[in-house]
Design a protein around this ligand. Structure first.
Ligand code: E4P
Length: 218
């Protein structure tokens, strides 16, 4: 399973990249705003800075919600760097835009997906990635993981090549369950990735090894 980090924070992206486990980055307008990135030129510079850090796909979301606007914005974003994946919302014009980009060899990420029907449409339009938001489904007492399972079944039934990018991951168990269910990619915060490192027996075992080594060598 590929690991993407879901942030626009350059220091978090660098930390995950330096760990050697990062396959890509996803951003969205809220994450850019959280980092205080505003204005067209600054947003473009920020995407370039992210592309300079990471080896892998970088999702950059369009703001337009009409077909022509999404095409214009998406083409400009795709020209920035080969790593850029144009992130497009799951709306009717978005599906048209995904088809447009697919036909021209430009990578897309269909975002804000909350149902199997939406994921089926994204695959039919040829999206590179589909992003079901599991955490936000869990937030409203709906089974986010169940959606990953259903999309996996549907895509495997027909051999769709669209990769399932489990998004809105909140904690390490989400990551483990995504891997169990066969999500192609998960995107989550650095905190969820770092939490995978943790086990009390690792900490106590290491402390004992170091203490024994120190005694034997004193
Ligand atoms: C996906 O690409 C989105 O950026 C993201 O995963 C949304 O996560 P949230 O529900 O934690 O905001």
């Amino acid at each position: 399973m590929k690991f993407f980090i879901d942030t626009a924070n350059l220091s978090d992206i660098k930390e995950a990249q330096d760990m050697g486990i990062l396959d890509g980055v996803t951003t969205n307008p809220s994450l850019m705003a959280k980092e205080g990135v505003s204005g067209h030129d600054n947003v473009i510079k920020h995407y370039q800075a992210i592309c300079d850090i990471v080896d892998g796909d970088v999702s950059a979301e369009v703001i337009a919600t009409d077909f022509e606007g999404m095409v214009k914005e998406g083409e400009a974003l795709a020209e920035l760097d080969d790593k850029i994946v144009v992130k497009i919302p799951m709306i009717k014009d978005g599906i048209k835009a995904i088809r447009y980009f697919t036909d021209r060899g430009i990578k897309t990420n269909c975002t804000l997906v909350f149902s199997a029907g939406q994921a089926l449409l994204a695959a039919k339009a040829g999206a590179t990635y589909v992003s079901p938001f599991i955490g936000r489904l869990d937030d409203i007492s709906t089974d986010g993981m169940g959606l990953i399972d259903t999309i996996r079944l549907i895509y495997d039934n027909y051999g769709y090549e669209t990769e399932i990018l489990a998004a809105s991951v909140r904690h390490p168990m989400h990551i483990i369950q995504c891997a169990e269910l066969g999500a192609d990619v998960m995107t989550g915060p650095l905190s969820a990735i770092n939490a995978l490192l943790k086990h009390p027996l690792t900490d106590s075992g290491l402390a004992t090894f170091l203490a024994d080594h120190s005694k034997a060598n004193s």
